[in-house]
Ligand binder design. Structure first.
Ligand SMILES: C[S@@+](CC[C@H](N)C(=O)[O-])C[C@H]1O[C@@H](n2cnc3c(N)ncnc32)[C@H](O)[C@@H]1O
Length: 328
């Protein structure tokens, strides 16, 4: 498999810095010839098998290109339907009155922008390591910022009334989760809410191909120091902070395919197959197959969904930040 590193075109650009390591996360400052303005190009992209990956968080196995962004956007609406709404915390009335909300690891900002349209009196900030959506599609009460959550959350203490974070199961080690949850609590106001929604990277009732893919996903995560069962740890990580009044947990079983007589099962099956497509670069190495074989497996995976009555589990954990001696 050939790895292609995307480098800025040097012909039109003058390097304004002495060293240019071939592949580092340090910003490299370039200046266009004849232009006064400088801009930064972060050498943080890598193209593998035609998919583009950010290298800021090397553990994260999903690409950050247009097909992945489209997938995330479609997935948002499917899971909104699955959860019968955009959140589970009891904050609907407060959102109508006006809350300050953070969408942590917002992807393309689908949840952020959807919520901003639904609750015009509240303000929303989505943050993600990937590039933000074009400014012209943002409602005036929404902002999308690009930064790496592993560098801390760049907001002062007690900034937000509600923090939402969805599907970052493949991004962090357990110790990074502990640090991140501390950060989420730090930037949440006392009496504010934190809600974390996560997948379990496992297919239940798998057919033979689904089992191979599900096992490979778990193996890949483990090899990268990521706990494939982080959903079991999250409520404990939250509870161990002693900063929540209580923690609610919801587990949802979601059928894959049409075996439950709803069209939703087909849509979820397709979005999970889309997720597996995004994991192709990582999983085909674990499985020892080439692109042709992997794509054939994905087609068989779709067929197996209804045949074996496959399902997945998704979890939601939420709680209110308690008043502590530090905040009194
Ligand atoms: C599966 S996507 C979910 C996106 C969004 N929460 C949603 O539900 O549509 C996971 C997101 O986590 C982001 N991510 C991974 N590591 C990150 C990091 N270290 N800092 C910020 N975002 C990160 C990825 O770029 C990706 O957009």
């Amino acid at each position: 498999m050939g790895n292609l590193i995307i480098k800025p075109k040097k012909r039109k650009l003058l390097l304004n810095q002495t060293s240019q390591s071939s592949f580092s996360n340090r910003p490299i400052i370039f200046r266009r010839e004849g232009e006064r303005e400088s801009f930064e190009v972060f050498q943080t992209y890598q193209m593998i098998d035609g998919r583009v990956f950010r290298m800021d968080n090397k553990r994260y196995p999903m690409p950050c290109d247009a097909p992945e962004k489209k997938r995330l956007h479609m997935q948002h609406y499917i899971f909104k339907e699955v959860w019968n709404g955009n959140f589970s915390s009891p904050i609907h009335e407060r959102l109508k009155q006006g809350m300050r909300v953070l969408d942590s690891g917002c992807g393309v900002g689908s949840w952020t922008l959807d919520m901003a349209n639904e609750y015009p009196a509240s303000t929303f900030v989505g943050v993600d390591v990937i590039e933000v959506a074009p400014i012209n599609i943002r409602p005036s009460n929404a902002e999308l910022l690009q930064f790496n959550l592993l560098n801390g959350i760049l907001f002062p203490n007690e900034t937000f009334d509600f923090i939402y974070q969805r599907f970052l199961w493949a991004a962090f080690t357990e110790s990074q989760w502990i640090t991140l949850v501390d950060e989420l609590i730090r930037v949440t106001k006392t009496g504010g809410w934190i809600e974390l929604t996560e997948f379990q990277a496992k297919i239940y009732n798998p057919g033979p191909i689904a089992k191979k893919l599900s096992d490979a996903a778990q193996q890949h995560l483990s090899l990268n120091g990521i706990n494939p069962k982080i959903h079991l740890q999250i409520p404990k990580i939250m509870a161990d902070t002693n900063k929540f009044t209580s923690i609610e947990s919801i587990e949802k079983i979601i059928p894959l395919g049409n075996w439950q007589e709803t069209s939703r099962g087909i849509k979820v099956l397709e979005t999970i197959a889309g997720g597996l497509k995004s994991l192709q670069v990582a999983l085909k190495m674990v499985l020892g197959v080439d692109n042709y074989e992997y794509e054939k497996m994905l087609k068989q995976f779709i067929v197996e969904g209804s045949k074996y009555k496959m399902y997945i589990k998704v979890f939601c954990f939420y709680g209110m930040k308690a008043e502590t001696s530090e905040t009194q």
